[in-house]
Design a protein. Structure first.
Length: 194
């Protein structure tokens, strides 16, 4: 069972007793949620969680005078959206934009993406940063990776890298397509159907 709980509290110009009430209510809900999560962990993910907690609306009137900032530290959660990137050496983005070819089975259950990089920048940096360890496609959802990477040499010098990513389920295909959509928007790529 996967449960995502998003909470956003925005408290401006409220007296401390109201902030305390909001905090207690949130703690009550969180405890209730976690207790039921523990009880329901073996149950089907189709069950819904019913709570006696219905929320509470509070109206805060602005203070007549500005209040000094308290010395209490507060934390703020910052969500960073990762720019989609491709890497051959973890931590080093590939600057060359690839040619990507996609194939998909007739029943749509699996597919293959073949990335071709002409004169990739990894050849310039591999001497300082180390060997190519794989093919990594990184975005805000995480990392897709493959070890099916081959280099093409011309006259003894590396000229091209070809990486293959295999998708074995429709879910893998959908995840890959979300990455490609983000990567293409960030790098100005377009889809051409052959």
């Amino acid at each position: 069972m996967v449960i995502v709980l998003l909470v956003k509290l925005q408290i401006k110009n409220c007296r401390s007793h109201i902030v305390s009430t909001i905090t207690k209510t949130f703690v009550h809900f969180t405890k209730f949620f976690l207790q039921h999560l523990g009880r329901e962990s073996g149950a089907s993910s189709q069950q819904s969680l019913q709570s006696s907690f219905n929320g509470m609306s509070l109206q805060c009137r602005p203070s007549p005078r500005p209040r000094p900032c308290s010395s209490r530290s507060s934390s703020v959660q910052v969500v960073m959206m990762a720019k989609p990137s491709i890497q051959f050496i973890q931590g080093t983005d590939e600057q060359t934009i690839p040619d990507v070819r996609l194939t998909k089975s007739r029943d749509g259950t699996n597919g293959v993406a073949i990335f071709s990089f002409e004169q990739p920048s990894v050849f310039d940096s591999s001497a300082e940063l180390g060997d190519i360890t794989g093919f990594y496609m990184i975005d805000e959802e995480g990392t897709l990776q493959s070890v099916d990477v081959s280099a093409k040499f011309v006259n003894g010098k590396p000229a091209r890298i070809e990486a293959k990513y295999v998708m074995r389920t429709p879910r893998d295909w959908d995840r890959f397509m979300r990455f490609m959509e983000r990567y293409s928007q960030a790098n100005g790529l377009q889809f051409v159907k052959n």
